[in-house]
Design a protein. Structure first.
Length: 120
């Protein structure tokens, strides 16, 4: 099933996990959009540097440390995704509570592992 995914904290550097996630999401045929600090394109996905009003986001996968996430709390909630994935290093109990209050599911997991094990 195609799950439109926003990669938040995307990078054009191939060694970054966010970059690997973009490639793997596209390989698994998921519609993918991305936001990062630097413009670029990876696997036919444009990395936006300005926040967009993306529609029909199923999943947001985070690649920002908890401190950097704070400025995006309201934005993420406003997109009303079905779930948010907290990849290793992004765990954030404060944000979990906000997501719960807004009936948004969250998962502490690795997007790459979820995709590879068919649990995405």
């Amino acid at each position: 099933m195609n799950k439109k995914t926003l990669v938040l904290g995307a990078s054009t550097k191939p060694e970054r996990y966010s970059n690997m996630a973009i490639r793997k999401l596209r390989n698994y045929k998921h519609d993918t959009v991305a936001f990062g600090m630097r413009e670029g394109e990876e696997h036919c996905v444009v990395i936006d540097t300005e926040l967009q009003d993306y529609k029909y986001i199923d999943t947001i996968t985070l690649y920002l440390n908890p401190k950097r996430q704070e400025q995006y709390y309201n934005y993420i909630v406003s997109l009303n995704p079905k779930r948010v994935i907290f990849n290793p290093g992004t765990e954030n109990p404060e944000f979990y509570n906000l997501l719960k209050e807004n009936n948004i599911e969250f998962e502490v997991a690795c997007t790459l592992v979820l995709l590879s094990t068919n649990q995405y």
